[in-house]
Design a protein around this ligand. Structure first.
Ligand code: NDP
Length: 418
């Protein structure tokens, strides 16, 4: 049976072509702005940091390091370790296969890094060369996005992404023209989603901790908290790697600049902003405050993990004993919607948990500067926008059943507030 053609994208998101063009420039520009501000004494978002020259950002060694890191992670991702699983059904009802070995990659990376540190590896190099490494990652993201767009132009029509098939090169370059670009069995989007960026983020954080220890003799409690919380998030994502197959990024969004830059540059270099900030702006956290922050992170994690696992288990097997007792609404598509458990509390319980954790990651930096709160603020805006995109999609997909779900579960993210 021939797969149905992917229709032209007519409803453009992110402000259409102009929005996509602006974001392609604005995302890297804001990354460097925030990193530069973080290195100034005042770390004020209202001050203009010194404009970097190309020579101050460009270092071929750092480009080599970024490429070597990605290549090493790609080799680990291809290693015959872990299991092979299937993604959700595609338009033609077939399913792609994915190798799930993120925990193995994490373990091997940890052992190699540990051996390196024992042998005198100066991981604080990451802080010293942060801007150059971020610049190199940005160049790689642009190059990869261009290759992905050109590859999509010669891909079969039914392999295109429904949201990135407008026919406008700028928009499709940004959103991602092809849904699941692969080289043989190597899935580029799945790989970039969790490996080089996410593991890179954890390594960068450790680099910040080492730099702080180098400067002040030992890492601060604030730095330990930030490292611990974010490492938990990374380990959790890799432990539940299979769950990424049911997220919007994998199921619906194509692989273009938005995800490539996000995965390779934005996540590792900006999500580590709290650690980066603490190196130059130390903050003393009292033990009771630390205990409160740990509790907040724990609460956020419990909601985030509970909700994501419940939906993933339900989507994979609605008869699984862990979800079989939950109440559901039938839809015309044959799929059902959960209306009790976490998904009966609000319509995006996983976003609520994620946002609580985001706040807990910034609180160790104190309340004197707005900069370390960039992540929770940006993340709130991202999730509000993402939630609106998802609502539109679910309404299109489930129609009356979705309206019924919204009636039964009226709040979107925060019970009784929003
Ligand atoms: P979700 O995992 O929330 O997936 C939304 C989909 O879930 C819907 O399209 C629908 O798809 C299904 N769904 C919605 N309601 C129900 C229900 N009641 N019962 C059953 N299925 C339902 O979306 P995201 O991909 O946005 O988020 C995944 C996680 O990743 C979240 O925790 C989010 O916070 C996190 N995230 C983190 C980011 C970061 O930078 N740290 C960035 C983006 C996301 P269908 O019915 O087709 O299965």
């Amino acid at each position: 049976m021939e797969a149905p053609r992917v229709p032209r994208t007519t409803e453009l998101e992110f402000g259409g072509t102009w929005g996509a063009a602006c974001l392609t420039l604005l995302l890297p520009a804001s990354t460097f702005y925030l990193l530069l501000v973080s290195r100034t004494a005042g770390a004020s978002l209202l001050s203009l940091p010194p404009f970097p020259t190309f020579r101050s950002l460009w270092d071929p060694t750092d480009l080599g390091l970024v490429l070597a890191w990605i290549a090493a992670q790609a080799l680990l991702a291809q290693a015959p370790l872990g299991k092979v699983t299937e993604g959700t059904p595609l338009r033609d009802k077939t399913r792609l296969q994915y190798r799930i070995n993120g925990c193995h990659a994490l373990g091997v990376t940890g052992v190699v890094l540990g051996a390196g540190l024992a042998g005198g590896l100066r991981l604080s190099y990451v802080y010293d060369h942060f801007l150059q490494l971020a610049f190199a990652a940005t160049l790689v993201a642009f190059a990869l996005s261009l290759i992905l767009y050109l590859k999509a132009l010669v891909a079969p029509q039914n392999a295109l992404a429904p949201g990135g098939n407008s026919g406008n090169p700028i928009y499709d370059f940004f959103l991602g023209h092809e849904l699941n670009p692969r080289i043989g069995s190597f899935d580029l989007k799945f790989f970039c989603e969790l490996r080089p960026g996410l593991l890179g983020w954890a390594v960068i954080n450790m680099g910040m901790l080492m730099k702080e220890a180098e400067l002040r003799g030992s890492p601060s409690l604030a730095m330990v908290l930030v490292n611990g919380f974010q490492l938990l998030y990374v380990v959790d994502a890799l432990w539940h790697e299979e769950a990424v197959l049911t997220t919007m990024d994998i199921q619906r969004d194509g692989f273009g600049f938005m995800l490539a830059f996000g995965d390779l540059a934005w996540v590792p270099f900006l999500y580590s902003l709290q650690g980066h900030f603490l190196v130059t702006h130390p903050h003393k956290v009292s033990l009771p405050a630390a205990a409160g922050i740990v509790l907040l992170n724990g609460l956020g994690y419990a909601i985030f993990r509970g909700a994501n696992s419940q939906k993933n288990t339900f989507r994979r097997n609605p008869n699984d004993p862990r979800v079989a007792g939950l109440r559901t609404i039938p839809t015309a598509t044959g799929r059902r919607l959960l209306v009790s458990g976490w998904w009966g509390l609000v319509r995006h319980p996983n976003y609520l948990g994620d946002l609580l954790m985001a706040l807990a990651w910034s609180l160790p930096c104190g309340l004197t500067h707005a900069l370390p709160y960039f992540y929770p603020i940006y993340f709130l805006l991202l999730l509000l926008h993402r939630e609106a995109r998802d609502e539109r999609h679910c309404l299109r997909q489930y129609g009356l059943a979705w309206r019924e779900y919204c009636r039964k579960v009226p709040f979107r993210i925060l019970p009784y507030v929003y």
